[in-house]
Design a protein around this ligand. Structure first.
Ligand SMILES: NC(=O)C1=CN([C@@H]2O[C@H](COP(=O)(O)OP(=O)(O)OC[C@H]3O[C@@H](n4cnc5c(N)ncnc54)[C@H](OP(=O)(O)O)[C@@H]3O)[C@@H](O)[C@H]2O)C=CC1
Ligand SMILES: CC(C)(CO)C(=O)C(=O)O
Length: 307
């Protein structure tokens, strides 16, 4: 059974490493040339909780030839569609395509390239970073929750849960994964863009009354839009989850801070706060915080001349 990791940045390397370390046939796909070269020449280096180096195949998506049994999508949201276009030749009748990206609405893009029966959607709270090309920083523990979009794919999705568990990735099959996806989107929605705009850690943002109130207002907008979209969300429970996550990640600069402020790269804001800003008005819900935050992030991208 061949598994491709389509998008092998930080978290893609974590999943690829775990699968390869447990003897699975896994191939990393990416378009970042120096990263590919580093792994081809020196193996994938792991630092953090363990120090290791593993030989693992990595190539450009267009170079891969074997039809996939499973593709795990781990691009940034804005790279997803381009990646799907580059891997269509790997997608056969029975290829399962699993998406664990942060953010909302990725299934709408995947449906253009993969039949509904083969799409698996989910969320992970594993984390990972990159120390540089070819070196992943893996710390802490996490989990994966997934669901087949179509009833006919449930059995196969449960086999994928088993594959992930044999690789230590702590996966669960979920009858309704969307509340978990939205819950994580609320955490990202409250912290990522705000910390990127204010150039601060999660703890610093939640540490002031103003910051905390902004996080609460953003979460409220997410929950209202989620509820109106048919997602079962409990605002008090979600707010408690967002607060708990802010304590756990207190010293952390969120990924959007790293993209925007540190690396001057485009952000995932359109797939987090931007989704709420777009959907809210369509559903008759006011979403001024998400709209303003999305606009400010794009304004800052323009200031930094990020394309
Ligand atoms: N990291 C984490 O802890 C977690 C991340 N996620 C989500 O998973 C998805 C992937 O995230 P993550 O792995 O962190 O993303 P990364 O930024 O580490 O990697 C994503 C892609 O960005 C490109 N890239 C990364 N660094 C560089 C660089 N320095 N120079 C040039 N290109 C680079 C590569 O794509 P290309 O081939 O185009 O060059 C790579 O495949 C996102 O949706 C994220 O929100 C979800 C849970 C946890
Ligand atoms: C740390 C955390 C939870 C902040 O939202 C995160 O998921 C990120 O950095 O993207």
């Amino acid at each position: 059974m061949v598994t491709y990791i389509a998008g092998s940045g930080a978290i893609g390397c974590r999943f690829g490493y775990s699968l390869a370390k447990n003897g699975k046939d896994v191939v990393l796909l990416d378009n970042w040339d120096v990263h590919i070269k580093a792994i081809q020449e020196n193996g994938l280096k792991i630092v953090g909780d363990v120090e290791d180096t593993i030989q693992i195949p990595i190539m450009y998506p267009t170079e891969a030839t074997r039809e996939a049994d499973l593709i795990i999508l781990f691009t940034k949201s804005m790279q997803l569609e381009n990646m799907l276009q580059e891997i269509t030749h790997l997608i056969g009748e029975g290829t399962k395509v699993m998406c664990l990206l942060n953010g909302l609405g990725h299934e709408d893009i995947i449906r253009k390239y993969v039949p509904e029966k083969n799409i698996i959607i989910g969320v992970t709270i594993w984390t990972a970073g990159l120390a540089g090309p070819g070196t992943a920083i893996l710390k802490g523990k996490g989990s994966v929750n997934i669901q087949s979009l179509d009833e006919s794919g449930v059995e196969k999705a449960k086999e994928i849960v088993q594959l992930l568990n044999e690789s230590g990735l702590n996966a669960t099959y979920d009858e309704n994964v969307f509340p978990s996806i939205w819950r994580k989107a609320c955490v990202n929605g409250a912290s990522n863009a705000t910390c990127a705009l204010l150039d601060c850690t999660v703890g610093e943002f939640f540490g002031s009354e103003n910051g905390f109130n902004i996080a609460r207002a953003i979460t409220h907008e997410f929950v209202q839009v989620g509820l109106a979209s048919g997602i079962a969300l409990d605002e008090a429970e979600i707010m408690a989850y967002v607060e708990e996550a802010s304590i756990k990640a207190a010293h952390h600069y969120p990924s959007m801070h790293q993209d925007l402020v540190k690396n001057h790269r485009p952000t995932e804001v359109d797939y987090i706060n931007g989704v709420i800003a777009r959907k809210g008005p369509q559903l008759g819900i006011k979403t001024p915080y998400c709209q303003m935050i999305t606009d400010l992030v794009h304004a800052k991208e323009a200031v930094l001349a990020i394309r």
